[in-house]
Design a protein around this ligand. Structure first.
Ligand code: GAL
Length: 331
């Protein structure tokens, strides 16, 4: 198997070797992973939730050909949102699409010609419903909106409701975070990705209240992933270099609405200066256990072959660190 040196993207030869090595089913950080049925795990930029003894992994469907000709950013058709279920975070059963895109409706938010990225699902204990927030955009990223969908069961199907612009502002990379008291927040890159906008959701998690704050002004902070650890709020993210990797960014706060204090790059190990060639998508909180930071390793010329890396977050005198490991250890 081609060994990744922590800096370059895997070469085509390495990916071919990876396919030849499938029989071993060894999951390595940075490489594409496989589901229980042997298919390539096709869930990117997503999140994991736990519900009734199962974990659900939601992500972007990136299958199909990557198109680059004449486009500002390489893209695949917007394939919608896929879901996988697991009892142990290790063996993942594909459940198919929970939110489908459409081939017949070019003006619809969910048209395959558009962009459907970074889906985040949260459970609303008051309504008993699952709510998905996701980045909805045009192929040229000009619409800069956020879409909302809802389901009665974690395995969907999700019913698409609408898109909106948080506080009337542009919204691209985004996440949703539910605090211990059930208050939920939407966090997105706004002002052309210069600034982070944080808005409180209403009680049903279906829309935003006017309660909002700006954070990290001129911080160029993308891919926000919030988690609670040691009594504080942490947010891991990236810089703004599209599909290309950059140095991860860590921030800390005493309140989700901020202020958020930048702490630098928490990654440690080979390739740490470029986040091991990866970009974070979510951090999974686990009661009594280390949170797991989940990353995509994008392959811009072949997005379908993008890899995954799951790295436990470790406490450190300076805050928290994310050390590299070759395999996705969950201990
Ligand atoms: C990244 C972003 C991804 C995707 C990509 C497109 O900065 O984090 O989610 O939008 O740009 O180039």
């Amino acid at each position: 198997m081609g060994v990744y040196d922590g800096r370059r993207f895997p070469t085509e030869g390495q990916l071919m070797n990876l396919q030849a090595d499938d029989a071993t089913q060894t999951r390595r950080n940075g490489e594409p992973w496989r589901a229980e049925d042997g298919s390539v795990l096709n869930a990117h930029g997503g999140c994991v939730i736990r519900h009734d003894g199962f974990y659900y992994w939601y992500g972007e469907d990136r299958a199909g050909t990557t198109q680059e000709e004449g486009l500002p950013y390489a893209r695949t058709d917007a394939g919608g949102v896929t879901c996988y279920r697991s009892a142990d975070l290790d063996a993942w059963t594909p459940l198919g699409h929970v939110l489908r895109t459409r081939r017949d409706a070019p003006h619809h938010d969910l048209s395959v010609d558009r962009v459907c990225e970074r889906p985040k699902v949260v459970f609303n204990a008051r309504t008993g419903r699952f709510v998905m927030w996701l980045h909805i955009d045009d192929a040229d990223y000009g619409k800069a909106a956020v879409g909302v969908a809802v389901a009665d069961r974690p395995e969907g199907p999700f019913r698409y409701l609408y898109s909106l612009r948080p506080q009337g502002r542009d919204s691209r990379d985004q996440t949703v975070y539910v605090d211990a008291d059930g208050t939920a927040y939407h966090l997105c890159a706004t002002d052309g990705n210069r600034t982070l906008l944080i808005s409180r959701l209403d009680e049903d998690y279906l829309t935003l209240t006017g309660d909002h704050a700006e954070a990290l002004t001129d911080g160029w902070f993308e891919a926000p992933a919030v988690f609670r650890h040691d009594g504080r709020y942490w947010m891991l993210g990236s810089g703004c270099t599209g599909w290309e990797p950059n140095a991860a960014k860590l921030t800390v706060a005493d309140d989700v609405l901020g202020p958020w204090r930048p702490l630098g790059n928490p990654c440690r190990g080979p390739g740490a200066d470029l986040t091991f060639g990866c970009q974070v998508n979510f951090v999974l909180e686990r009661p009594g256990l280390a949170p797991i930071a989940m990353f995509d390793r994008w392959v811009p010329a072949d997005l379908a072959n993008s890899g995954h890396a799951w790295l436990p977050v470790a406490s450190d005198p300076g805050g928290v660190v994310v050390p590299w490991s070759e395999t996705p250890s969950l201990d």
